[in-house]
Design a protein around this ligand. Structure first.
Ligand code: NOJ
Length: 672
């Protein structure tokens, strides 16, 4: 896998300006984005803390409450007055060690309000607000103070009051344990209690994404519609009902909202990353990104089993074949699931018996890891915990040390099971603490993580770039066994604007075979060209070519997967309509090549692409992988046309995307 250079933090201009904030009215304070368009106003009224947000003339949020409720103290937010305020500005740029864009601008205006209760309790609360050109974030900070050392949070009073009953794309938090539901699109007052990010199309023509950033030692935030258009915070509880146990001082995660004029601008906002802490890993050169294949799809579609037996997938023989294939076709990783003890016939009930250092006898891990390294490939480790976190925490240090010794650099973790440790939700404070422990422990052994059944990502990858990718989505695997037949054609035109806003998705694209005799009635509901386009449309620093290697053998479409990078210098969304289509272009970080991916829902459509994103004065060979003229996901998914043409930035390309089809293009500069 590709080595990432030493992280260089580049700071162009840092301007910190401390001033006293001018009061808007007597008890109202405001802070605006650097371009002056987005205005955040915060004030108290009869002691209750509120905020409002405007984008130019457009109201984004009307009077919305702020505050916290405790089990062991009176609420904080209802009887407050402002003691002091200060402002500062920031204009810096930092470099991602890997990512969808190399340089990230971090430019905001900040307001810090210090508040204190006016009743006898005199508790103190600070509110920190940062307003960017593309959105805003705020967080609660409970400073050190006499008389309070521990707090038990039972609720956050945080609200987001929309001016109108807008429509949102949502998935319910409590019916699906790890965010694997089909996205709904309804007016907000018809929503369940939903997980974040919540993407909203407003009647004023804006696109909003409400999310949180830097979720540390806290419970995940969810939202429900309290009245027709007020969204209220719901924190995932512990099994005992409390939400968060914390010591004082503490800061909450950032509550953030991207405010965009078009759907594509949601995707190219880096607000979530900017609201996380800078990288804590000094030398990131051991973190490897790249493409991988694996013994995986075969278990999902019934060709293999995870447990040992006649159809065992993770055998030394199979793995060797996969390593050979990887070496030949430019894949740097081979994932092998089902290599260790603990996979019973119904392994989801046997999670507490997983052993993370004991391979099955037909899997020679030492021989295979060595064989792989000699071929320039690495095994990717796998730790399915079945949700048995205690069992995992007891073994993980030893397991990471073993992998490190074998030259394994990344591990896919998994938490199938409705509760962690038999009782706690994945997105509870318990889950958040566990996932953080794993990332930190893995970093000690120079191991990177691709986490399945996670808590919703909140940008932690900035602080710990060894957290490469996560699931937290209805992924490709549903197309192998889901009783409803699999993901519908529009699914992939929605998730870049919902789950995708939280961070890299390990969706596992690249299925070339559309027959599934073991589970008839299920299938991948796309064309092959759409599968290729996903490598550009869905961002992840680790991308799987998920099919069985025999389904790739001899297929010229594999060339695109071999060529496409995972690390980008620039990302642009050229055009999109959520749930209908999306066209993305990205420039490779290590060459001057550009890549395009465009996908559509169940409707066939024509797209016209202006190539003005290409570099000037350059001729490119466009290697085009488009739907065949008679392609359609239902009747002819494998029809693909591969052709080349010479183009420059003044050209336009026009494509017909088949039903649930797509197009993938590699633009290679032609050297004279
Ligand atoms: C669910 C994961 O999403 C999938 O990728 C994995 O194969 C199984 N769990 C087994 O760990």
């Amino acid at each position: 896998m590709k080595k990432i250079g030493y992280k260089i933090a580049i700071t162009f201009i840092v301007s910190l300006l401390f001033t006293s904030c001018a009061a808007f009215t007597d008890n109202s304070y405001h802070v605006s984005s650097p371009d002056g368009m987005l205005k955040f106003e915060v004030y108290t009224s009869q002691g209750q803390l509120y905020y409002k947000v405007n984008d130019g003339e457009t109201e984004v949020f009307q009077e919305s409450k702020l505050g916290l409720k405790f089990k062991n103290h009176s609420p904080l937010g209802e009887k407050l007055e402002v003691i002091s305020s200060s402002n500062q500005s920031n204009n810096t740029t930092w470099e991602q060690p890997w990512g969808e864009k190399r340089l990230i601008e971090d430019r905001y205006e900040e307001l810090l309000l210090e508040l204190q209760e006016t009743n006898g309790d005199n508790k103190k609360l600070n509110l920190r607000v940062r307003v960017y050109n593309d959105g805003f974030g705020f967080r609660y900070e409970v400073p050190e103070q006499a008389g309070i050392s521990e707090l038990i949070i039972t609720d956050e009073i945080t609200e987001f009051k929309l001016p109108t009953v807008d429509k949102a794309w949502w998935t319910a938090i409590y019916s699906e344990e790890y965010y694997e539901a089909i996205t709904q699109f309804t007016p907000v007052n018809e929503m369940d209690t939903v997980c974040l990010p919540l993407t909203i199309e407003t009647q004023s023509g804006k696109y909003l994404a409400i999310h949180e950033a830097n979720l540390t030692n806290y419970a995940a935030m969810n939202l429900y519609c309290a009245d027709s258009s007020t969204l209220s915070c719901d924190l995932t509880p512990w099994s005992t009902g409390e939400k968060v146990f914390t010591n004082v001082p503490f800061v909450s995660p950032w509550r953030m909202v991207i405010v965009a004029d078009k759907p594509g601008d949601l995707i190219t906002s880096y607000l979530e990353l900017n609201l996380n802490e800078p990288c804590k890993i000094e030398d990131t050169s051991w973190i490897e990104t790249g493409k991988y294949i694996g013994i995986w799809w075969g278990m999902h579609n019934g060709t293999y089993t995870w447990h040992m037996g006649e159809k065992h997938g993770a055998t030394t023989k199979n793995t060797k074949m996969y390593i050979d294939f990887a070496a030949k076709h430019n894949f740097k990783g081979v994932l092998v699931e089902g290599w260790n003890y603990g996979w019973g016939n119904d392994w989801t009930k046997e999670g507490d018996k997983f052993q993370f250092t004991t391979p099955y006898p037909d899997f020679d891990i030492e021989y295979l890891s060595d064989y792989a390294l000699k071929k320039g490939v690495r095994l990717i480790g796998h730790h399915e915990t079945g949700g048995a976190t205690q069992n995992y925490e007891q073994q993980m240090e030893e397991a990471f040390a073993m992998y490190n010794k074998l030259g394994i650099r990344s591990v896919k973790t998994g938490y199938v099971g409705s509760r962690l440790n038999g009782k706690e939700r994945h997105s509870s404070q318990y889950g958040i603490r566990h996932f953080r422990k794993v990332i930190e422990c893995a970093a000690k052994y120079q191991i990177s993580i691709d986490n399945h059944e996670p808590a919703m990502p909140s940008g932690l990858r900035r602080t710990y770039p060894n957290l490469l990718s996560q699931e937290g989505v209805r992924g490709q695997e549903y197309n192998a066994w889901s009783p409803d037949g699999g993901n519908k054609p529009e699914h992939l035109t929605i998730i870049p604007f919902t789950r995708g806003l939280a961070g890299p998705i390990d969706f596992t694209p690249g299925i070339f075979n559309f027959e599934n005799p073991v589970n008839p009635g299920t299938r991948v509901q796309t064309t092959i060209a759409k599968q290729l386009a996903l490598y550009v449309v869905i961002y992840s620093p680790v991308q799987m070519a998920a099919d069985l290697i025999e389904n790739y053998e001899g297929n010229p479409a594999l060339k695109f997967i071999e060529d496409v990078p995972v690390n980008w210098d620039i990302t642009k969304v050229l055009d999109a309509k959520i749930g209908d289509f999306i066209t993305v272009v990205r420039k490779d970080r290590d060459s001057n090549e550009w890549y395009l991916g465009s996908i559509t829902d169940e409707n066939s459509r024509f797209i016209t692409v202006d190539l003005d994103f290409l570099d000037k004065d350059t001729n490119y060979r466009a290697e085009i992988y488009r739907d065949g003229d008679d392609a359609s996901w239902e009747s002819n998914p494998t029809a693909i046309k591969i052709e080349t043409s010479t183009v420059t930035k003044t050209d336009q390309l026009m494509f017909r995307l088949a039903t649930s089809g797509g197009v993938a293009v590699r633009f290679v500069p032609i050297m004279d």
